[in-house]
Write a protein that binds this ligand. Sequence first.
Ligand SMILES: [Mg+2]
Length: 365
Amino acid sequence: MKIARIEAIPLRIPFTTGGPSGVGVWGAGQTVDSLIVSVTTDAGVVGWGEAFGFKTIPAIKVAIDTVLAPDCIGRDATQIGRLMLDLQKKFHVFGRSGALIYGLSAIDIALWDIAGRAANKPVYKLLGGSDASSLPAYASLTRYADPEFVAKNVTRALSSGYRHLKLHEIDVNCVRAAREAAGDDIEIMLDVNCPWSVREALDMTRKLRPFNLRWLEEPVWPPENYSGLARVRQEGGIPIAAGENASTAMDFQHLLEAKAVDFIQPSPAKMGGITELAKVFALANANNTTVKVHTFYDGPGLLAAVHASAAFGGPDAWVEWRYFDLEAQLYGEAIIPNKGAIAVPQAPGLGLEPSTDVIRKYRQA
Ligand SMILES: [Mg+2]
């Protein structure tokens, strides 16, 4: 079975978040951009993948259309690991993260979808299987930068059944508002997206310690300052999570060697797809570290995380759910967590079919 066609499809979908959401990297105005990728084989099997990207999606589409796809056409769709290694080696001089690896991630995920469809099994069964029919999902809130909106949306997420919440605030008052609204029994995580020096991060951990955070995510600039992160972990008194900006297995090995994290966060649509994600689960296991996948997206990249987490993760394999209210979902209601749990799809491949109506209505080119 050979790869016959690859199509990268940008989508732009309006959303609301129950308040201001001003990080400004998602898309134009109050919309979020995503890039889904279909791979079609000469046997007519179609698989779907997803590349991370938001505002940079035009660059990732070019990388797929002009560099990766021409090299994939005619290759054996069933030899995923070999193909990925070949392409990583061939194009390594153009960067070990960014557009090419994001694009490669999407193709890898689509090939796993194809493998499952061809074998008539859901991907998690190809990866080893699981008796988990659902996984805990945590609500990943956008940055509101306003204690009142934080409290309001924490309450809203709790009323939808979430028991684990992640904030993207950088202000202590916003974290206090969240803890006061949630009470003591809810797990709260704080993702600050790499703003601080090591010294600043340590100062902040002192202020944040009273709020009993499950983890502090990416406190240090730059994200690859693993020794600095390790110091914040050692001296800060709050568990540390990072990994969404690490790329391919070797980088995760470095993160673990540095003893920089309590929770490691590979992002399947960024770091190499299901093939690389499986390796990170093994590395994390050997280093006594818990994987909490990063999935600030809700297409095939999210499903890749669900299948890998079902197969390789334990009861603490929480899946990140972007707490956006999208005008339309690629997978309709089937993907939306129910009472804080996300279903592990049981149909072959990734197990859900993207809506052709949603693609037609929201595609950009
Ligand atoms: Mg993050």
